[in-house]
Design a protein around this ligand. Structure first.
Ligand code: ARG
Length: 563
């Protein structure tokens, strides 16, 4: 039922106006003491030529109060409407329970395609916690858009091409061995990569050598390519372990190397369109007009760049997927890179440059400053997840020693805590890890929401069948009303999260719902109440359980039934 529209209708009738003139100005008061809806009468002063408070009084006198309104109060120039809590609860709860798993989902995205470029780590480097954010934010955005009916294509644009692989080949030839790489995988590749940087500081000729190897890779020279492929396979195997732990999948693993044979025609097109200029031996697109440094397309030595591959990839994706939006999840420090090459696409005359969106986020830290790979101070994603699981396990041993599948629940809880922590604040803020804060059952954490949902689940299990033809007028207390309000708002939060590319809107909402449910549960005995009351309260539990589960699933967080 559209409460707002019906209230507008009633006011319009009392004031002798049309509902269209009233509806846009009906407000939701900042707190429920002022009612559930409010109408400020200021706007009518001109038309009706009276003081606003007098208008409010007059309207309230003539008003035919709709059934679902329990009272109307005048506060100054405001008419405040209070919903009948039972009618409201019935409206919300029956809708949630009838929709079930589908509640909050919609088809507003039907027929539209969104490409989501996320995670995209650089191969031959460990999967460090800096890539966590891109991975979990991208995964949540994927699921949120999917829930709205969009066709989503998740792309892992692996950093698997570029001069760094030339460096790695030189490093391998000088300081590596087959056995060591086979044994230690990415760790060993990183060791020799760091070694390369230390040595190149003393001996710059190594850099030239590395560039030559990369040129060989581009030309398809056999030895260069087979070494590269070997590093690639080792990396992917390690990344997949992490993706499995996080429950993240992709529709395409088209990394930068995929575009090696697709760049030449794009460079040619840039030339044809008169956009390419020579500058100190390199080829660039000048962006002075846009007040940005030039976008480098071809290096002096003939090597292509990160931007060359991004431009090529965008053209490829447009052609292949005909996307309505293509979004890129990376840290904030790549802002300029995206602004530059988006502009190149615009200059090429493609108006869909407007559908390219960079979605930046803040840094991750473990109290020890920025995490980088070049000098080896890294925190590996896998270690971080294992540590979180271990901590979760310790907490479960203490709090629920009887729990049956403790291993499994510890994994769901430990990983859920990491994801939730990452998605809790607006993405542009930096994320700090603190086990104590992340795993706390009573704090604003993933485990708290998981635990609340598991509690609801266990009540339902004990209760048996849940009926929906109950006496909703028994649900009059404010805690229940608050839960209902949050349940009712859930679908709009999903839409808002999608529009703003901001999963934290869903995360925050779930936290509010979990807290409101705890208050409801604290204030209202359920299983011990007499039948009619019990049955009515169980509908609140059932609807909350559904929405908490649905919301956590959208965020990529698992929902253990027992904790
Ligand atoms: N590999 C890059 C990095 O680790 C991220 C790639 C993001 N995607 C893109 N199409 N540029 O920083």
């Amino acid at each position: 039922m559209d409460f707002k529209a019906s209230i507008a209708q009633a006011i319009a009738q009392a004031a002798g106006l049309s509902a269209d003139e009233i509806l846009p100005y009906i407000e939701i008061p900042p707190n429920t003491d002022l009612g559930d809806f409010a109408y400020p009468c200021f706007r009518l002063a001109k038309v009706l030529r009276k003081a606003p408070p007098a208008i409010a009084a007059e309207i309230s006198e003539k008003l035919q109060k709709p059934d679902f309104i329990s009272k109307v109060e005048i506060v100054g120039a405001y008419l405040n409407f209070f919903l009948d809590k039972g009618v409201y609860a019935k409206e919300v709860l029956t809708e949630v329970l009838a929709a079930g798993e589908q509640y909050g989902k919609s088809n507003i995205g039907d027929g539209k395609t969104i490409v989501i470029d996320y995670s995209s780590p650089n191969i031959a480097k460990p999967f460090h916690v800096g890539h966590l954010r891109s991975t979990v934010i991208g995964n949540a955005i994927y699921k949120i858009y999917e829930a709205l009916g969009y066709h989503c294509i998740g792309v892992n644009h692996l950093g698997d091409w570029g001069t760094q692989f030339g460096k790695l080949i030189v490093a391998y030839k000088n300081w590596g061995s087959k056995e060591a790489v086979e044994q230690d995988g990415i760790q060993e590749l990183m060791r020799i990569y760091v070694k390369f940087h230390d040595e190149a500081e003393k001996n710059p000729a190594l850099e030239d050598e590395a560039r030559l190897w990369f040129v060989k890779m581009q030309e398809g020279e056999e030895e260069a390519l087979s070494l590269w492929k070997w590093f690639y396979d080792i990396s992917i195997k390690e990344f997949e372990r992490v993706y499995n732990m996080l429950g993240v999948t992709f529709d395409a693993y088209t990394g930068e190397s995929f575009y090696n044979d697709k760049m030449a025609p794009v460079v040619e097109e840039l030339k044809q369109k008169g956009l390419l200029q020579e500058s100190e031996g390199a080829m660039i697109v000048d962006l002075e007009e846009e007040k940005m440094p030039p976008c480098l397309i071809i290096r002096k030595d003939g090597g292509t760049l990160y931007a060359t591959r991004d431009i090529t990839a965008a053209l490829y994706r447009k052609k292949t997927y005909d996307f309505d939006k293509c979004i890129y999840l990376t840290a904030l420090d790549q802002n300029l890179h995206f602004a530059q090459w988006f502009t190149v696409i615009k200059k090429m005359g493609y108006d869909w440059y407007q559908d390219l969106v960079h979605v930046p986020f803040g840094l991750v830290s473990l109290d020890s400053g920025k995490l980088s790979t070049r000098h080896g101070h890294v925190v590996l994603m896998e270690d971080l997840l294992h540590q979180s699981i271990q901590e979760a396990r310790r907490i479960l041993d203490e709090k629920s020693p009887e729990l049956e599948n403790k291993e499994e629940v510890a994994a769901q809880m430990g990983i859920g805590a990491v994801i939730f922590n990452d998605l809790y604040n607006s993405r542009i803020k930096d994320v700090v890890f603190s086990w104590e804060r992340m795993l706390n059952f009573d704090g604003e954490t993933g485990p708290y929401v998981q635990f609340t949902r598991a509690k609801a689940f266990s009540i339902l299990k004990k209760a048996g069948e849940i009926r929906t033809d109950v006496d909703y007028s028994l649900l009059q207390d404010p805690a229940t009303a608050e839960v209902c309000k949050l349940l009712a708002d859930y679908p709009a939060k999903i839409v808002e999260a999608a529009q703003k590319y901001e999963p934290s809107i869903v995360t925050r909402h779930l936290m509010n719902l979990a807290q409101a449910f705890s208050k409801f549960y604290h204030d209202n005995p359920i299983l011990s109440s007499e039948d009619a009351v019990k049955e009515a309260r169980l509908t609140v539990v059932a609807a909350t359980e559904k929405v908490l589960k649905s919301g956590l699933t959208l965020l990529g967080i698992e929902t253990p039934n027992q904790m």
